[in-house]
Design a protein. Sequence first.
Length: 366
Amino acid sequence: MQQQPLRFSRVDSKKFFRTLNKRVNNYFRENDIKRTGNWQLHLKTIVMFTLFLAPYFLILTLNIGFLWKILLSIVMGVGMAGIGMNVMHDGNHGSYSKKSWVNKVMGGTIYFLAGNVYNWQVQHNVLHHTYTNVHGHDEDLDAGRVIRFSEHAKWRKFHKFQHYYSIFLYGLLTFNWAITTDFKQSRRYLAQKLSYGKLPSPLKQWSTIAITKLIYVTLWIVIPILFSNLAWWQVLIGFFVMHYTAGLILSVVFQLAHIVDHTEMPLPDKDGNMKNTWAIHQLMTTTNFSTKNKIVNWFTGGLNHQVEHHIFPNISHIHYTKISEIVRNTAKEFNLPYHEYETTRSAIKAHFLHLKQMGAKPTIAA
């Protein structure tokens, strides 16, 4: 998907990022705290894994009705999403711990979500965090033909209904990871020699996918069929419900951070040059939501503090609430935007309003 190389402007006459970075560094130094996770993150990790795994063992061991097991599958989906947003995300950004092996282990929890570390790091750390909201470069904007997120994407007649049907497709995110996405991305990324760190050999990458997918199917489908009182079709329904719950939560949280009516989707000029510096570009293309809601802050792993995360991806989300005041005040001081929605509801409304706008037939079709 990545096309011509992009270059962000290096002209920051007011020195916004230098000033901001200095102030954030001073915050950690003056308070004598690490930029990585702490006991709060460790406790949250235990809670999320309990939400995810405890229902699994209850399904295997308790003689309860099918509907109860469906409810437990929903709880598993909530736990799966929680692991993705809080544990896996920090781990793959290297912000969970100062110890690289701990980050590697926590980043590897993406295999519980049916994903793949290499693919996720390329799509998220390399493409999304570098080229945020740039059509043709940020794959988070690419939903195929079915949803039009950007005015730069081709419009199709059925897009006029996308603000109605998109929510039903969002739940398929992790299910797609399990069956199609990893294979497509690995083929594409290896061919383009894209990597976050050392490029894995094709043999290593394809072997990793084959082994982890086999373990995944065995753990979540084969074992429940063999060792529970559920019929095979009931196991598959529970598997789908778990993934759909997780996918719906993750997709909605992801969309509220970038695909709303206030964020920009700039394009480079004909030579591949972007108008703004990388840091200012992040301010233009990201937004926060519901940052004063303690439950949202806790459960989303700081993904509601998307502005802070995009400028400081190597700082654990545990610290975002504190440093958000620094980022907000510095942006205001430099007359730069700081997008945020007061509530989750208002952000959801803004997202679907954007989808409705993108679904309307353009004067000149893209």
